[in-house]
Design a protein. Sequence first.
Length: 378
Amino acid sequence: MSAARTKRRTRRISQPHGAVTTETVAWLWPGRIPIGLVTLFAGKTDAGKSLVVDDVAARVSVGADWPDGAGPAPRGEVLIFGEDPIASVQNPRLLAAGGDLARIRHWRAPSFVIDHQLNHLKADLKAHPATKLVVFDPVGDYLIASTYTKVRRVLGELRDLALKHEVAVLGVGHPPKGQPASLDAFGGSRGIVSSARAMWLVVKDENDRRLLLWGKCNLSRVRTGLEFESANVQVHGRIEAPRVSDAPVEMTADDWWVLEQQRIKAAAGRPRGAQAEAKEFLEEFLKDGPKPAAEVLAGAAEREIRRGSLHRAKESLKIKVEKQTTADGPWVWTLPPPKQEPASVSAQQRQDAEPAPPKTRRCRKGNNVVPFEKKQQG
């Protein structure tokens, strides 16, 4: 091998930092969602992850202001890979959040795999240069790789594509079972969390507050979380859809995790829980028959029973909630009928019903004593 050829190969292996133009980090949402990198939203079912994602997508589609005062979002198009039905779930939510559906699109192919079809995504981004955000909800459904090394390689290729086309990538996921620490609160391979440069945790606290909390971001000093609530609004005059409103929260995902562990330990040592108190109230309040839902809620409020504890007790007791058949009749809560206890059986009856054990005697066989049935006399 010639020295010139060896020299050419050596130059391809490394490159001085001075040959790369120094740039600042570009942001879709300043301090929270960087452009050209992967950001994660993690949270349990019903915590509100998809609501926050739809709110972010809607703001980008119209260039609306971010809720934390960080200025307007860069107006552009959004591409969503999602599991929710578009007509009945995604579109109403996006409209309720003020989004422009003409600038939000979905993947029409029956399936998409990041591992093998990045060239299709590349062609789509080239055909839609105004795209600013790509969402995978949940990101695990679009990955085949499962080991740490393979996941990092695949997501590294996705990051390079996002950097080239100047789009932000937002991946949504669920935590594993149990109460993992904040950086472990994303299910699947640890390579997903390691590949992301930012991660935010969506949680519900014991007061049913919904929170978006900082979990990881080494590119910004922003640590302030957001409290948000879902309020139903009507779109197209007939469809009710949730809309997110936000307020700042001085708490991180680590802070919430510590408080959650303390709450769990306190609840484990508490002789009487909130749900037990709610169950006792419902059994007493409904023992004489059905009651209107408004009266049930008012009675629970007088005893300072939270809505969450009340509804969990309702599910545990299998209480029926039905609307009265009369015109404009109210919704009523009804205890289920008591279970029919089986007739008691005396010990003597139980003994008489059991078959008598066979009469046996023992004999010695070698060094072992073995039982055998005694022949019944005819």
